[in-house]
Design a protein around this ligand. Sequence first.
Ligand code: ATP
Ligand code: MG
Length: 317
Amino acid sequence: ADTVLRVEDLSVYYYTLRGIVRAVEGAWLEARRGELVAIVGESGSGKSTLGYSLLRLVPPPGRIVKGRILVDGVDLTELQGDELRRARGELVSIVFQDPFTTLDPVRRIGDQLLEVLLEHGVPEEEARGRVPQLLESVGLPREAARAYPHQLSGGQRQRVSIAAAIALEPRVLVADEPTTALDVIVQKQIMDLLDELRRRHGMAVVLVTHDIALAAERASSIAIMYAGKIVEQGPAEEVLREPLHPYTRALLDSVPDIDNPRWPRPIPGQPPDLRRPPPGCRFAPRCPVVMEKCRSKEPPVVSPRPGRKAACWLHAP
Ligand code: ATP
Ligand code: MG
């Protein structure tokens, strides 16, 4: 009942001239009210594709080919037209790495926020009153309404895109590397703001990031993605302390960590070409504990411990 987001068996492919890129395959994910779930994985693992598909915003030639995306019990994959437009903003919303993905450079901030509210049917008078409140709720002065995006700093612009994303109080906010383009101090401020809004509105935040340290610091739940597959998800401390999937272990060993006296060990080999993923487990070719069946049979998603899930034959009965 507490679950606001449930992704079931979601596959997203890009139909390119050079082949079908199986960017997300059979993905599953869960987020509870008010929690921060981090989707962590290397570049090209399909994190952004998964994040965009939560809003049905996969760019062409990408397409959701199967699966369900349940937000508050509503299956987004079944919505069309106006219903879908309403769901974007009211049920689930997104913040991108580059604020200009959402902001129009030639219009005042206040007008852009007003438009978001009007598009979702908020009466004009009420909407005009809410713009200054929205700006203040993301830590900007109400005078910022008169500014153009280029008159603001990168951190302030990201605050504006967050304001636009939360204007309709969505249940789920997807944030795709929202702080990667910002300097360290501003990164912390933006993450603090997301934490505060999450607590205040009880919305779940799905943070897409390649940064395990950031996930460790902020997330209550971590989902690990490899080559288009979610390989495990669980409470953040548990996943980091005692990973179930060999890929998670390898990923943790590959990053420098001041608490770990060992030198980081890169994962041998390369991730697969997603146009020709290996049969069975996609990590099998690089897995240090690979078994025969891993190379031919897809591992099932199992829950060897309460609250934890992994897709690995090591844990299958
Ligand atoms: P990064 O950390 O670099 O942002 P990511 O984990 O977000 O990577 P995606 O951008 O989702 O990964 O990409 C997943 C796969 O889909 C990659 O193989 C990528 O090349 C492919 N891909 C992404 N966008 C497109 C597109 N528009 N057309 C074709 N292939 C695409
Ligand atoms: Mg990405």
